[in-house]
Design a binder for this molecule. Structure first.
Ligand SMILES: [Zn+2]
Length: 92
């Protein structure tokens, strides 16, 4: 999971990926990290505005790693082994 904070001040637009390990060390491992929990603590590092929002993005690399056992995922990568190339088919 990647959490990106972005400033909603139109003249600023600053955005920054949050360091979740640092956040855990600062707030404590048991502190909730959902949007409504974090927003009251956030402000833009550039313009100091508190009009900040968060975007939670799944870690697609980990999700792809979980799919490797999935035959459909393999076909999407072009590595499907279920079908032979037509040149290897025999007409006998
Ligand atoms: Zn800003």
């Amino acid at each position: 999971m990647v959490v990106t904070a972005h400033c909603r001040n139109v003249s600023c637009g600053h955005k920054q990926e949050l360091d979740l390990l640092r956040l855990r060390d600062t707030l404590g491992a048991d502190t909730p990290a959902m949007r409504d929990d974090l927003l009251p603590r956030m402000k833009c590092g550039e313009c100091q505005s508190r009009n900040v929002d968060l975007i939670y993005t799944p870690d697609y690399a980990k999700a792809d790693a979980k799919r490797t056992g999935n035959a459909y995922a393999k076909t999407r990568d072009g590595r499907c082994l279920r079908f032979l190339p037509t040149s290897s088919l025999s007409t006998d």
